[in-house]
Design a protein around this ligand. Structure first.
Ligand code: MN
Length: 384
């Protein structure tokens, strides 16, 4: 494998941190060219001192002087503000961008990197959710330069190696079901921020942990899979798999199914995305097939997860609807974390936004930014 220069957006988050552990294990394969974080300047400085990237960006300008005091070397370029990421994605030197930004904020970076034909390892699922129609038209997408990091989509990609994509009959996307999968409706009404932040299998940031508990995360992933693999939304079926060991299943037209398995550890899909289409040695944790293992699969109770239903509905509506869904969800999750609304109000805000906000503009990156802004304004006022 040729050595690759990696840019990481969101380097101090959960995915970014685990990615750097992998890059540290494989110095013969990777150089770190760019590190970007939003707020955690102390961790960013420690990462930079270890990996010595030429370009560093920090979103929060207020930490400029403390940050620079912590740096033990002189990088080529230190940039401030979140707007600067667009410049970095579009202009700076790297071979592969690992986009692990959270939310709509990640879309433009994916777009600009693909537009200049760079590889993008995509941990920002919102990029395809809001802009799938735009991204999948780019030549780089058809050249397999957009590579999934999400464990489910990585599983799908791994199951599809050597297969003709026209023989896919169905994608079965697994979901842990989150901490509330066995809750009654009455119990759902009492859920607190602390309850929702406590995910049984995966260690993740706050936004995605809440999304997992409402199953909005699975809804976003279904839309993401639809664009990644070019399938109609009703060919992608979520199922509950509480152990998070089967990461997804592909059913083919001859009746055969393939699944990809592994411990719930993001390092495997991160590494696969960085080295795709190759597979490289790495001492990641493996499953223990010498002891008994329980792999449970059960149907999703859609009634219990209105966010999942809304996500599927938005994909069927198409156009700007998934962008409205996503923006409203980001606002609703923030407001829940701020304890302004109840847990069960999250889908109400999303539904109200979907019913009220549309656009007949042409679907462009600028129009997406407009609808995102408009939806946030609206979603902030619902239930006030
Ligand atoms: Mn996932």
């Amino acid at each position: 494998m040729q050595k690759q220069k990696i840019a990481i957006f969101g380097s101090t988050g959960s995915i970014g941190t685990q990615a750097l552990e992998i890059l540290n294990q494989k110095p013969e394969l990777f150089d770190v060219g760019v590190l970007s974080a939003n707020n955690n300047y102390e961790k960013l400085a420690a990462q930079a001192n270890q990996f010595r990237p030429d370009v560093i960006t920090l979103g929060n300008k207020n930490h400029k002087s403390e940050f620079e005091r912590l740096l033990a070397y002189k990088p080529g370029n230190i940039l401030y503000g979140n707007e600067i990421l667009e410049h970095v994605a579009a202009e700076e030197d790297y071979d592969l961008l690992l986009n692990s930004l959270v939310g709509f904020a990640g879309f433009m970076s994916t777009f600009l990197a693909l537009k200049r034909d760079k590889k993008v390892a995509l941990a920002n699922k919102e990029s395809l959710v809001v802009g799938g129609e735009i991204l999948t038209k780019l030549p780089a997408f058809h050249d397999n330069k957009l590579i999934p990091v999400d464990s489910e989509h990585s599983a799908m990609l791994q199951c599809l190696v050597g297969e003709n994509r026209e023989t896919i009959k169905k994608i079965i996307i697994t979901a842990s079901g989150g901490p509330f999968r066995d809750f009654s409706r009455e119990e759902m009404e009492q859920i607190t921020v602390e309850d929702a932040l406590n995910h049984p299998n995966w260690e993740m940031g706050a936004k995605i942990t809440i999304d997992s508990s409402t199953m909005m995360n699975k809804g976003l992933e279904i839309i993401e899979a639809m664009w990644f693999f070019g399938l109609p939304i009703d060919h992608i079926q979520p199922i509950i798999h509480p152990q998070s060991i089967i990461h997804s299943i592909i059913e083919f037209s001859d009746g055969s199914s393939k699944a990809q398995l592994g411990p719930p550890d993001m390092k495997v899909p991160i590494l696969y995305a960085l080295t795709y289409p190759e597979r490289v040695n790495c001492p990641n944790e493996t499953l223990d097939y010498t002891s008994s293992m329980n792999l449970e699969l059960k149907p999703v109770d859609f009634e219990k997860f209105p966010c999942l239903q809304l996500a599927i509905e938005s994909a069927k509506l198409g156009g700007f609807a998934p962008a409205v869904l996503n923006a409203a969800n980001e606002v609703a999750v923030d407001r829940f974390l701020e304890k302004e609304i109840r847990y069960i109000d999250i889908p109400k805000i999303i539904e109200s936004s979907l019913r009220n906000i549309t656009s007949n503009k042409e679907l462009t990156p600028e129009a997406l930014q407009d609808i995102d802004r408009e939806t946030r304004k609206f979603a902030n006022l619902v239930l006030r």
